[in-house]
Ligand binder design. Structure first.
Ligand code: PLP
Length: 415
């Protein structure tokens, strides 16, 4: 009976082989162990949680006037239109107009509970069993999880470290087949921090145009740019290719927990009525996007001032990522392409340092130095899983201290 029950309560088979290693279970256990030591007062040092890009966790929050406006929101908590309220759609429409997006109409914008919810909506609403989607390696793996759950095939294209992690366009071209349906571009990229130049984006658009592919463009870090970096929205480059842009309030407006984002379908929409109907059907089946997130959108979206301050040459985000980059690249055996955007360093472990594999290395680092980073295999880095990602949201003094731990760990490391 018990073994029968065990069989009954198994997870669904569609989850077989699905991993989301940014939140790896082995690391979670190790963190719980460390946290229990901290809780009983027998720890003399801090656990550096440099694994999740969660700005408020590090005290990087919206300014007080926005907090006040959010607290003063009055609502009856009714369901809204499935697409989102007209005010929300207008705020998003205006945002994209300012960016120079081509051929966007208000009815082609859908509010969603964060970009992550948009990934699910697109995977379910657009992809058939066996469809192939081209996606970058390394990448933010939630996309692949959603493709897997829709029985679509993830076909990885190379982003090349010696070329500043830009997509290898020849590789993309080589991998297009008759089953290819869409190409995913994550720009700015997580985990690499790369911002792609216009020529690369135009070449990707050209492939989509020739091969009749849909472009999914995840632009969730499009305003978190450093120095001279300039973000070019994919949807500003073509009106004859179907481009689905995803964005939200999590990163650019420092509101990850509010779960607010959107999908904007632009370009060649005249041939996409069926696809848009499908997305609309799914959006309606979800009833409506969460209302707090919706109500926060017209308040915060026009306010790019506070992020601008944080990324300016005197701003906290700029200072932290620049400082962390300097420290990590001074550690013998580690290197890192300078990120142009986002909140991450993607660090390479030199071949001279013997590691069993990137996961073991990162777990050893966590257990022995209490520094929690994420291994490259968590980002579907297929070419060379000898990297790890550091979240650069902690204050600089914590980097001074934590990076010294990494340096001594590397110096003594014997797997
Ligand atoms: N897209 C990328 C590239 C990300 O890095 C993340 C989160 O880290 C997300 C999407 C998730 O966005 P949201 O919080 O809007 O679901």
């Amino acid at each position: 009976m018990d073994s029968q029950k065990e069989h009954f309560y198994k997870q669904a088979e569609r989850l077989d082989g699905v991993a989301y290693d940014v939140r790896n279970p082995k690391m979670r256990l190790a963190v719980e162990e460390i946290e229990s030591q901290i809780a009983c007062g027998c720890a003399e040092r801090k656990l550096h949680k440099w694994n999740i890009g969660n700005p408020p966790f590090f005290g990087i929050m919206v300014p007080d006037d926005i907090k006040k406006s959010l607290k003063e929101i009055e609502t009856d908590f009714a369901y809204t239109r499935a697409q989102g309220t007209p005010e929300v759609i207008e705020a998003i429409f205006q945002y994209h107009q300012r960016q120079g997006v081509l051929g966007l109409q208000r009815e082609h914008i859908f509010g969603i509970d964060g970009v992550t919810a948009g990934m699910e909506l697109l995977a379910r609403g657009v992809l058939n069993n066996g469809d192939e989607v081209l996606l970058p390696s390394p990448n933010y793996p939630n996309w692949r999880v959603n493709f897997q759950l829709s029985n679509a095939l993830s076909i990885y294209y190379k982003c090349d470290e010696p070329s500043l992690w830009y997509p290898d366009v020849q590789d993309i071209r080589k991998k297009v087949t008759s089953k290819s349906k869409a190409i995913l571009v994550i720009n700015p990229n997580n985990p690499t921090g790369a911002v792609y130049p216009r020529e690369i984006l135009e070449q990707i658009i050209q492939i989509a145009r020739e091969k009749k592919l849909i472009v999914f463009s995840d632009e969730v870090y499009n305003e978190m740019l450093y120095g001279d970096a300039k973000h070019i929205p994919m949807a500003s480059l073509a009106d004859d290719v179907l481009i689905i842009t995803l964005n939200g309030l999590s990163k650019n407006r420092l509101l990850p927990g509010i779960r607010s984002g959107w999908i904007a379908i632009s370009g060649d929409t005249k041939h996409a009525a069926g696809l848009i109907d499908g997305i609309s059907l799914l959006a309606n089946s979800k009833l409506c996007p969460n209302l707090w997130g919706q109500l926060a959108t017209p308040i915060t979206l026009p306010r790019d001032d506070y992020l601008k301050q944080l990324i300016s040459s005197e701003g906290r985000l700029y200072e932290q990522i620049t400082h962390a980059h300097k420290l990590i690249t001074h550690i013998p055996g580690l290197s890192c392409v300078q990120p142009q955007a986002g909140m991450y360093l993607y660090v390479k472990i030199d071949q001279r340092i013997l590691i069993p594999n990137d996961e073991e290395f990162v777990l050893d680092l966590l257990k022995s130095e209490w520094v929690h980073v994420v291994q490259s295999s968590g980002f579907d880095d297929l070419s060379q899983p000898r990297h790890f990602r550091i979240v650069c949201l902690a204050p600089v003094n914590e980097f001074d201290e934590g990076m010294a731990r990494i340096a001594s760990f590397i110096e003594k490391y014997h797997p």
